[in-house]
Design a protein. Sequence first.
Length: 205
Amino acid sequence: MAKSSKQWLRRHVTDPYVRKAREQGYRSRAAFKLLQLDEKERLLKGGMTVVDLGAAPGGWSQLAAEKVGPAGRVVAIDLLDVAPIKGVTILKGDFRDSIVLDALRGERADVVLCDAAPNLSGIGLTDQARQLELAAAAVEFCRKALKAEGVFVVKAFQGSAFDELMRTLRSVFASVRIAKPAASRGESAETYVVARRLLAGKESA
Ligand SMILES: C[S@@+](CC[C@H](N)C(=O)[O-])C[C@H]1O[C@@H](n2cnc3c(N)ncnc32)[C@H](O)[C@@H]1O
């Protein structure tokens, strides 16, 4: 086994969030990233409509469905199959297509979550550019599908593309904050950005 694979495996089996996810029935340790973001930022409330872009295997959607409850709605999409989750409408495809907009049928979401990540090439600049492209596409999605007072949470990687993403977010949202939850590994360049309230004139049909 390659050294990097061994390191990943060792980290995975000793990771407290992997254990907690298994114990609490979440499909991914990523659920704890959203839980911690929610504790800090108060994102998810009963009755809300939430869209989860890049949802597989479904940890964020599981948590979102719990938080919005039976009066709420969660629409999740991924390129990969996602096994059914109670209270979640699961779509298969590319969120850059109109599939989610079609499912929303004109309803705007209270919260758009985007934990989508590209297949990593291992080449830093290429991966950052691909991540930026996904995040920028999610911003465009928000312009079409997020309520004016809504909240957008997006994964980002610190690096050369990060400033460009922050510029894009600040040109569309009134409030933009960086938030790295404890469950996002300290050594990883991954972080999250929480953006609130579409600026006037930034909604698009
Ligand atoms: C880190 S995982 C998401 C983990 C998820 N938040 C959870 O809690 O289980 C990133 C996902 O983004 C998906 N993805 C990447 N690009 C996408 C796209 N254009 N449309 C839909 N899903 C995409 C990948 O297939 C992958 O499953």
